[in-house]
Ligand binder design. Sequence first.
Ligand code: TYD
Ligand code: MG
Length: 454
Amino acid sequence: MAKTKNFFQCQSCGYASPKWIGKCPDCGEWNSFAEEKKEAVSRQSAIISHLGKSEPQPLNSVTGERGQRSSTGIRELDRVLGGGIVSGSVTLIGGDPGIGKSTLLLQAICGIAEKYGKVLYVSGEESPEQIKLRADRLAIHSGDIILLSETSVESIVHTASKLLPKVLVIDSIQTVYTEDILSAPGSVSQVRECAAKLMLFAKRADIPVFLVGHVTKDGSIAGPRVLEHIVDTVLYFEGDRGHAFRILRTVKNRFGSTNEIGIFEMSDAGLLEVENPSELFLLERPLNSSGSTVVASIEGTRPLLVEIQSLVSQSNFGMPRRTAIGVDFNRVTLLVAVLEKKVGLHLGGMDIFVNVVGGLKIIEPAVDLGIITTIASSLKDIPLDPKLIVFGEVGLSGEIRAVAQAETRIKEAAKIGFHRAVIPAGNAEKIKGNFGLEIIGAQNVEDCLEAVFP
Ligand code: TYD
Ligand code: MG
């Protein structure tokens, strides 16, 4: 019998220590150590020895693409994966509870089952009856979707090896366990070991595997960051539960670009693909009301027009409030300071609220000019031209800096029917053609405000 010994492991990053410690020296997390039991023999070497031998070979003698891509029938998902599912790949989908991970995967495997045949959906969280209820709601009645309620990774792999499905889905990786390790399911060593076993299965059987991973309070996939290193592709399903929009984002992809996003809308019949997100985000925009600006932003490789609203009102307290939802708070305070110092707007005694409509989060600096104009518009109580878009990064001395992909942004604005664009002068010089818009290049914040408030 193998000798067992206990040790302590950080549940957030996987750092191991022989003693319990309060703060992880690796990731800095407090109170994250839990006791784990491990056999004295290292399993890692056992796994590697299973992988089989491969001979060294010259690069130019390697032929073809390993495996074909299969389509899920959901275009937004295919694009995020880099053009479909690669056979033998392991994909991790992370996201908050209730965001729609199980729904997305059920819809995806329905498309695969229709086209390619049997798929295996293993759920350790829901009973087959619960899954059936959801499938009814989504109008999925395929006989090729095989359900399995199982949490032992050994029996999952055993069943999958017999069934040889086109896709294997594990919902979720935190509920499965391996008999080789004595720690509780969901602990770092369990999650890592199970993922390694499933990875091995995927590569050997050449079957794509999807793993659902829960997300911790601080936003990383629960348990181990080590999991992100093991798998081929990591996707995050984000969104605000109060809003219907969901964004599927690539964090890592061994088979494609990490710049892609997929946009979905949660409806009462499951997730719908959003073909034209800009139109959707601008749907309820109040025209001719102050404190509303449309910014041409880029999410990954896709242009996205979003409305930024602000409200500037006289503060009743000595300490004026600043609130930013969907944009960086520090960025907003910085831009308010630029407006005060460089343009002379009196914002010192004002409460300022900035909000991105639709529950989106925009981190790129091109949104700066939108924040500037929306705050100025609200303060002056002058509505902006409803057919105007802006974008550009603002520096500390009030200068406007060029941003990437200006042409893509302008084209998107033209498509939606905008007439004017105030953009960085650096971009305006280089841009070829105006795509039917009046393009105004602004050197600094003053230029920009002059252009938008004639
Ligand atoms: P689910 O896929 O169970 O989330 P996860 O697996 O990420 O925990 O999503 C459940 C949520 O989605 C739940 O709040 C109900 C909602 N929902 C709809 O609004 N419409 C639908 O058709 C379905 C199936 C779920
Ligand atoms: Mg679920």
